[in-house]
Write a protein that binds this ligand. Structure first.
Ligand code: 3PG
Ligand code: CO
Length: 541
């Protein structure tokens, strides 16, 4: 039902705040969050799907993530996402029949050079999947490539916190088999994903510089093998989780085994863009690149698994076409001259801008879109679980008071970024901090005669313990302590309509198949428009 609320509409994304009845290990339930609990009990409230097929992932066993979640929120549609598109391109053979794969392999063969791969070594299926890497290595070998190097970023964030040995062993086995018959396929460098290479939104270019030096120049602390590096680095910092491990370089008697040389080719096997763009720019850009000193840049051909940003565009070469996300909420509201405001802190800034607009970092129309980024701290966020929630709220309150904007959107990063540290106490504090800021924000929305839609892109801090699938009980470390969970969850997410003046007509439809892609249609209806037919239907009766 189309209806027009008189004041502004605000979408509030509580990143990583899922819904589940269990209290144990659930920071959402354990936190002192009187406002959130009151809203759940007294407003229009339901829960929505935010994982698996409801957001375009290959299967319902795939947890949600911020990329697919914000794509769904911002487009009102469900697209096959990177994980699925790459699976399909490998299965059908389209990836290997494509011109970019041919160029890469031909160049390596012509130059008798090395094919390098770097990316996140796990089966998290958020940024990458180890199976994609294995398929490419096997194919390269079958096409005559004799020398390949893997630069392995250790996960512990989309998978269990200390699981890197599983993926490294699997990789070593695959490489050993491929190295028979005169090939030379090896791991050359690596490190924790939150320490090297995988920065995002230019939060910390020094991470990318460290990654560049390890992967490209073979400069870093050396070890005889990746598994030995892992063992030593873990021993040196007891309790460290994989994502925070320092970088390492593999060396033999002749020195580092895999510096990149003129004539080589490089593939980033991550399909998700936010944490791949900066390294892609370091490879693709010429002398105009000033973020760090790359030293002597080898003459390599670089390709990403996907196009990571459709507006930059980046990278210059990619193996699989990205989801072609069109008819987004922003594209709908611009011709209607709706003034929009988007805000978050650095860690999630691109989520409410670039992911929201279908992986495009530019604006549809400058005249109707205002973006604001609050710089994030550069720490592990269990050390500062409040993050920039207060500063974001200050800015939002001013934006509301200005009377300029009819549609505002915000992402609060706390539930997710603190959730990823595995620190339950910090996550509980994060939720309590959020509640205080929500109190301030909702008061300002009430004053502006507005309405808010409160939701999340996926779960995370709602389950801070790893659970045994069979017993449902928390898993234990060898010392008896509970095993912290650092990754997202498969849980549903909240959808709350905050409507202090009773402007919204009708209740919420009760359909368990609805997901976060249904929110865009709800949004435009409340702004007085009819939602496009191709969008998922509105949640309002
Ligand atoms: C990350 O990149 O931090 C995680 O892999 C996924 O988290 P996000 O999808 O919430 O950004
Ligand atoms: Co996350």
């Amino acid at each position: 039902m189309k209806q027009q609320i008189p004041g502004p509409l605000v979408t509030i994304v509580l990143d990583g705040v899922g819904e589940i009845d269990r209290t144990e290990g659930n920071a959402v339930k354990l936190a002192h969050a009187p406002l959130y609990n009151h809203l759940r009990a007294s407003s229009r409230f339901t829960t929505l799907l935010a994982h698996g097929k409801a957001v375009g992932l290959p299967s319902d066993a795939d947890m949600g993530n911020s990329e697919v979640g914000h794509n769904a929120l911002g487009s009102g549609q469900i697209y096959d996402q990177g994980a699925k598109l790459v699976n399909d391109a490998i299965e059908s053979g389209a990836m290997f029949a494509g011109s970019v794969w041919r160029q890469l392999v031909d160049r390596v063969l012509r130059n008798d050079a090395t094919l390098h791969f770097f990316g996140l070594l796990s089966d998290g299926n958020v940024h990458s999947h180890i199976d994609h890497l294995i398929a490419m290595l096997r194919r390269a070998a079958s096409e005559g490539v004799t020398k390949a190097r893997v630069h392995a970023l250790l996960d512990g964030r989309d998978v269990g916190g200390t699981t890197a040995q599983i993926y490294l062993k699997q990789m070593e086995e695959v490489l050993a088999v491929l190295s028979e018959q005169g090939r030379d396929f090896r791991i050359a460098s690596g490190g924790g994903r939150m320490t090297i290479t995988m920065d995002r939104y230019e939060a910390d270019w020094a991470m990318v510089e460290r990654g560049w030096n390890h992967h490209v120049h073979g400069k870093g602390r050396t070890f005889p093998s990746a598994l030995e590096a892992l063992e030593t680095l873990r021993e040196e910092t007891p309790g460290i989780i994989d994502q925070n491990l320092p970088g390492f370089v593999i060396a033999d008697e002749q020195g580092p085994v895999g510096p990149m040389r003129d004539g080589d080719c490089v593939i980033c096997f991550n399909f998700r863009g936010d944490r791949a763009i900066e390294m892609s720019r370091a490879f693709d850009e010429g002398d105009s690149f000033t973020y760090f000193d790359r030293g002597t840049k080898p003459d390599v051909l670089y390709a990403g698994m996907m196009q990571y940003d459709g507006d930059l565009p980046s990278p210059d070469h990619y193996l699989v076409g990205p989801p072609n996300i069109t008819d987004t909420l922003t594209e709908f509201l611009v011709p209607e001259k709706v003034q929009m405001f988007a805000i978050s802190e650095t860690q999630k800034y691109g989520h409410v801008t670039y992911f929201w607009n279908g992986n495009r970092s530019g604006k549809v129309d400058e005249r109707y879109e205002t973006y604001m980024e609050i710089p994030s701290d550069r720490v592990s966020f269990d050390q500062r679980p409040w993050m920039k929630a207060a500063e974001i709220t200050d800015a939002l309150i001013s934006a509301l008071a200005s009377g300029t904007y009819r549609y505002l959107r915000v992402n609060y990063a706390n539930g997710d970024m603190v959730g990823h540290t595995g620190n339950l106490d910090a996550a509980i504090t994060a939720m309590a901090c959020l509640d205080i800021q929500l109190q301030r924000l909702l008061a300002a929305i009430k004053k502006a005669n507005g309405v808010a839609l409160i939701t999340a892109d996926h779960g995370n801090c709602d389950e801070m313990f790893e659970l045994d699938k069979k017993t449902g009980q928390p898993k234990r470390e060898t010392d008896g302590s509970i095993k912290p969970k650092t990754s997202h969850t498969l849980n549903r997410v909240p959808f709350i309509v905050y409507d202090p003046h009773g402007h919204v007509k009708g209740g919420l439809k009760d359909d368990p198949s609805f997901g976060i892609a249904n929110i865009a249609a709800t949004t435009v209806e409340l702004l007085g428009f009819e939602a496009p037919k191709r969008w998922c239907p509105s949640l309002l009766v």
